[in-house]
Design a protein around this ligand. Structure first.
Ligand code: LMR
Length: 333
């Protein structure tokens, strides 16, 4: 066959088409991870570590985009965005799942866990791990628990030592009926607000106080608009990293395995960092000298515990007595 220029063009076109389809096939899968806190917090650090490890384990195959500080979706929207496929990973606090399962409300019960080691023991137990799969029928797959830490209580008042001191005050809470009941048990007025709105609500006096971890208080500057922070350690703020079950199940197996491996390693890292970051930020708050940090006596703590105790009974049927008992047992080493 005689060579014609059109053959050359044809071959060129073919190889261009091949190159194009090869590069299209090799385009990395974009994994969007949206969250509501600052980079410099346990969750923020966990998300960045996940990106680093996932991109190392799956070079050129995935690109993880992290959106901190409610910059893509705030807590009102992130769950729906996940279910719609607009984002692929989120890590809401365990207080924000009650529309999807009543069981995860367990973590909001006041004074349930003695310390973060007990929280960790429960999360790693069979019952704890089962909760990661408890929302599959709602399209959510839990991939890991991430720690933040224990909650402290703050107000715009000079005195914050005993439960009586919060009577009649307005408190911002996360979207959780358990937390609502907790503040009602204290004769205070809870108000559900998105995390991104808390600073302004405190600053303008829309609410008098809030409950959060040291790292969230410091990174959001809540201590600059509060007078007193009592070291109550009355509950926990931890996270479940969740994905859209359908999206996750539909990923190529090697990608899913790699992402799960990255998640496991990021979890180990984030959970080891959480206590350090909270301790660091507690110290920074003390040093900033804006809000006074108040220590409680054993007698004070007992009074808070007693005042909040009715909440456990109130939610026992919803959550399940067996689950509550299992959590309480994790307090024993
Ligand atoms: C809050 O809404 O107070 C926090 O739980 C936010 C977060 O994700 O830590």
């Amino acid at each position: 066959m005689k060579f014609k220029p059109s053959h050359l063009l044809g071959a060129l076109g073919m190889s261009l088409a091949l190159a194009f389809s090869a590069s299209a096939a090799a385009a990395p899968i974009v994994v969007k991870f949206s969250h509501v806190v600052a980079d410099n917090t346990p969750k923020g650090q966990g998300a960045l570590k996940f990106k680093e490890i996932a991109e190392q384990l799956l070079p050129g195959k995935v690109e993880v985009q992290v959106f901190p500080n409610s910059s893509l979706f705030g807590d009102g929207k992130e769950m729906e965005a996940l279910l719609l496929g607009d984002v692929h990973l989120i890590a809401p606090s365990l207080s924000k799942f009650d529309r999807y399962t009543k069981k995860v409300q367990l973590f909001d019960l006041p004074f349930l866990f003695d310390d973060m080691d007990a929280v960790d023991r429960f999360q790693q137990s069979e019952k704890g791990k089962e909760l990661l799969n408890s929302m599959r029928n709602r399209g959510l797959q839990g991939l890991a628990y991430w720690h933040n830490g224990l909650k402290q209580l703050s107000t715009n008042k000079d005195t914050l030592q005993r439960p009586e001191d919060v009577k009649g005050l307005k408190f911002r809470i996360q979207a959780s009926d358990v937390l609502e009941a907790q503040f009602r048990a204290l004769n205070a007025n809870p108000q559900k607000l998105a995390f991104s709105e808390v600073y302004q609500a405190l600053q303008t006096g829309v609410v008098d106080g809030q409950e959060n971890t040291w790292s969230n208080i410091y990174s959001q500057k809540f201590h600059e608009v509060q007078k007193t922070i009592a070291e109550t350690n009355h509950g926990v703020i931890d996270y479940m990293v969740v994905t859209n079950a359908k999206w996750w199940d539909g990923l190529p197996a090697d990608i899913r395995d790699g992402l799960q491996k990255a998640m496991d390693q990021a979890t180990e890292f984030a959970n080891a960092e959480a206590a350090k970051l909270n301790e660091r930020d507690r110290q920074r708050i003390v040093e900033a000298g804006k809000a006074k940090v108040v220590k409680l006596s054993a007698d004070d703590v007992a009074a808070w515990r007693k005042a909040m105790e009715p909440v456990l009974k109130k939610f026992e049927a919803d959550i399940g007595a067996d689950l509550i008992k299992a959590a309480q047992e994790s307090n024993k080493k």
